[in-house]
Design a protein around this ligand. Sequence first.
Ligand code: ZN
Ligand code: ZN
Length: 421
Amino acid sequence: MVFKIEGLGACREVGRSAFVVDAGDKILLDYGAKIEPERTTYPLPVKTNLNAIVISHAHLDHSGYLPHLFLTGNTLCYMTQPTLAIAEVLWKDALKIADIESKEIKYSKQEIEHTKTFTFLALYRRHLNITKHMSMEFYDAGHIIGSAMVKLMHKNKSLLYTGDFNPLPTRMLAGADTNLEADYVISESTYGTTNHPPREQTEKEFVDAINETLDKGGIALVPAFAVSRSQELIEILYSYKVNADVYLDGMGQKIFDITLAHSEYLKDPRTLKKAMQNCVFVQNERQRAKLLKNPCVVVSSAGMLAGGPALYYLKRMYNDPKSSVYLTGYQVEKTPGRQLIEKGTIGIKGEEVRVTADVRKFDFSAHADKNSMLACYKKWNPEKILLVHGDPQTMDPFAELIKQELGIETSTLEAGKAIKL
Ligand SMILES: [Zn+2]
Ligand SMILES: [Zn+2]
């Protein structure tokens, strides 16, 4: 045994990623929160003295509960610069929402500051000794800006944790840096049983739909995740020369500034910058009301319509058959976005109303799919794979498929249990 892995969350589920790697020295990989419409769930408590913490990327299901560890902790944390900058925005936003909804959140601004003090900003492909006996190296994960896969090394054995990863390039990111080998792999498995359509096809269908809406004289509302998806869509609209006013509303604006401030993480920062200059950041309600008077495109958070300015627009154009609502990401169960896709309705003032605007969902996934994951495993050629970050109905058949196709021993892990690799 070289590595013992203990699952604290995101084992046979998506959300609250947290794993302790024990190789004598103990490393915590991610410490996220699972945010659902009705409740937020946290990972199991860390019951051991940690030697280091590594955060793969800023999404709250990977970073969301990290400040809580700094109520009393003083363990050094490793993450990339964009991860810290974006996570800080998301942590503060979570505090604000908790305050508005009178919900308790077990950290404050002070713990966010402590977290920052104890964070070491690591670069991709730089070998770092992080404990007495262990070292690590980050590789671009291609999932969102600054996302990293981490390879931990102990003696002559290596363990790769993929975090969330996407080996295929998008308009904005170059795709994961997968030229590596590892003895063991802990891999996400969100899309272990499906393949995404080619990105370019999705882009074209999206832009065609937008143009149809504009030709009809309608408003195209594009609810989008604030981190990396909103910016990617703005770059797509610019690259395809969509001939209309393009607006960006919500938290995506702040993330846009952070994204451009870390341009070395982007595939084509010049085009993204031009795309940003070509779009208008919506600042207030007056501007919102005014822009709805003419055909245009509005990219706005929240991506699952669970809040944010997207709701302002939706309430005003849902019953306009000329207009459209184009969802651009995964819609979690019980979110308004999921309801819209499945039933064609939304809730307004407690009433369920039918949406007559054109509703469609486009598959702009930021996760590896079945074929791209299999191709990576073949390249990495590990002795064993541990699947995490997936639903059981996806992970179990995917584990079987890996064994059949590649002959690699593959298993899953229960939260609260440990497995020896
Ligand atoms: Zn993610
Ligand atoms: Zn995730």
